[in-house]
Design a protein around this ligand. Structure first.
Ligand code: GTP
Length: 460
């Protein structure tokens, strides 16, 4: 006997959703299985693009996930398969996948109190870390005093402050570059550790009026690091050797970028940048692996633009639309809680970023946040105040501050897209938006984020 009409509809719906899941995973498999042995995920804007989610998804297929630059100034937010939220700062996102080994490379800076706090938090939530996190013996140590100096420097800059996260990242890299920094390997020589730290503290005290320390505070700090040295022992690794051996052993390696190209010390909007290289070049220098080992580099780009802190932002929206994006995109920093500045997607900056990194594909995130907007704009070109075209992304911030942006307006969509998993099920106008971006930058969008959850991703 055929099922009653209502029941029959349910049966049909169920069959349709089962086949949709099968199709979706086939699409996902298609994308994920062909990724190169060494792949990278990098931010394309001013950070917070949602790199953590893609890294977390990809990590399931990689043996090693590595961080090559930055410190606890990154703030990836990821969810495990039970939907539990984890905010990671220094530990690579691969930590939630128990078969993955996580590397903190030589290009990163490590604040040990923060690192152990993160590990304690993970372990108390059932995520085991011992033996799974390898910390480079060449990575630099970031001390509490670097954070104090970070704050003092911002105060000193007055109205021209950078808007750093005050995590001490810049001062730590400064010590690295002027060659008096302490590295993880120095923890193996606690007999000379105190004297080296004293030199750094003395320098800081000479440089900054408000900075003080005493022999008592130095002694206490050294004692603290003696304990850290013991606890960190099992984590300390020659990661350059490990990475290159892993490549020879054909292990799959995923490099997780922090921050983004527009914050790159060389290519970003200097001086409103971070102190490391979050672009493709930083992968090689920050891990000690050769350029020819790199394969797919995926650029993560938010469907609009956000920026934290000071610095030029040509497509910034200061009115209602900007507020709307901030509210619906929950644009507040994971690490600091600071509200993010919001604006339209800047194609000129994105093209520049694509040139620098040579992306194989893009992950467009937070497309769902644009739902409900009548019109969506893309900043497609820059010109001077008197209308003269600016051909490339300007190094000169004065020019950038005065840049006029030419926009292309596209129609928006009303439909909730957060449960869409098949590209063809997106509203036509949403597809038009994605395809116009692909056309303007010349790089395919292979992944589209439609919600914060791990599953809220369309494989195109
Ligand atoms: P940084 O390294 O600090 O730049 O971090 P990130 O790039 O990983 O960004 P972050 O973790 O701050 O992610 C931004 C937020 O967006 C997180 O809360 C994510 O869960 C969320 N998110 C990621 N993808 C999507 C998406 O497609 N839609 C929505 N609505 N939220 C998303």
């Amino acid at each position: 006997r055929p099922p009653a009409p209502r029941l029959r509809r349910l049966v049909v719906l169920r069959a349709a959703s089962v086949s949709a899941v099968a199709e979706e995973s086939a699409a996902a498999r298609g994308r994920l299985e062909c990724l190169s042995q060494v792949a990278g995920v990098l931010g394309t804007q001013w950070g917070d693009e949602g790199k953590g989610k893609l890294v977390d998804i990809l990590a399931q297929r990689f043996d090693v996930v590595a961080r090559c630059q930055g410190g606890a100034n990154a703030g990836h937010t990821i969810y495990n398969s039970e939907g539990k939220k984890f905010s990671l700062h220094l530990v690579p996102s691969g930590i939630l996948n128990e078969n993955t080994q996580c590397v903190i490379g030589n290009g990163a800076v490590v604040h040990l109190p923060g690192f152990f706090k993160e590990i304690d938090g993970l372990e108390s939530n059932g995520v085991s870390c011992k033996g799974r996190i390898l910390v480079s013996d060449r990575a630099h140590l970031l001390f509490d005093f670097h954070q104090v100096v970070d704050g003092l420097r911002e105060v000193e800059l007055g109205n021209s402050f950078i808007g750093t996260t005050k995590r001490g990242i810049g001062p730590c890299y400064s010590n690295k570059v002027i060659r008096n920094g302490l590295r993880v390997s120095d923890l193996r020589h606690m007999d000379t550790f105190g004297a080296k730290l004293n030199t750094l503290l003395k320098d800081a005290a000479m440089r900054f009026k408000g900075f003080e320390y005493s022999s008592k505070t130095l002694k206490e700090e050294v004692e603290k690091y003696e304990k850290f040295a013991e606890r960190l022992g099992p984590y300390i690794t020659d990661t350059v050797h490990f990475m290159n051996e892993s490549i020879l052993q054909k292990k799959k390696i995923l490099v997780e970028g922090g921050q983004a190209t527009m914050l790159d010390i060389d290519f970003g909007t200097y001086p409103f940048v971070t102190s490391s290289s979050p672009s493709a070049g930083g992968i090689c220098t920050g891990l000690g692996i050769a350029p020819r080992t790199l394969g797919d580099i995926i650029g993560v780009v938010k469907a609009y633009t956000t920026r934290v802190g000071s610095g030029p932002f040509p497509t910034e929206l200061l009115g209602k639309t900007g507020d709307l994006l901030r509210a619906s995109g929950m644009e507040f920093g994971t690490t600091t809680g600071r509200p993010r500045r919001c604006g339209w997607l800047d194609i000129v900056a994105l093209r520049y970023c694509c040139q620098i990194n040579g992306f194989s594909s893009l992950n467009l995130t937070k497309l769902d946040v644009l739902t409900g907007l009548k019109e969506i704009k893309l900043g497609t070109s820059y010109c001077t105040e008197d209308g003269k075209a600016i051909e490339s992304f300007p190094a000169d911030l004065d020019i950038l501050e005065q840049t006029k942006v030419k926009y292309e307006a596209l129609p928006g969509w009303e439909e909730d897209i957060s449960s869409v998993r098949d590209y063809d099920d997106l509203p036509e106008t949403a597809r038009l938006y994605v395809e116009r971006i692909e056309e303007l930058v010349g790089i395919p969008v292979h992944y589209i984020g439609v919600g914060p959850g791990r599953d809220a991703l369309i494989y195109k």
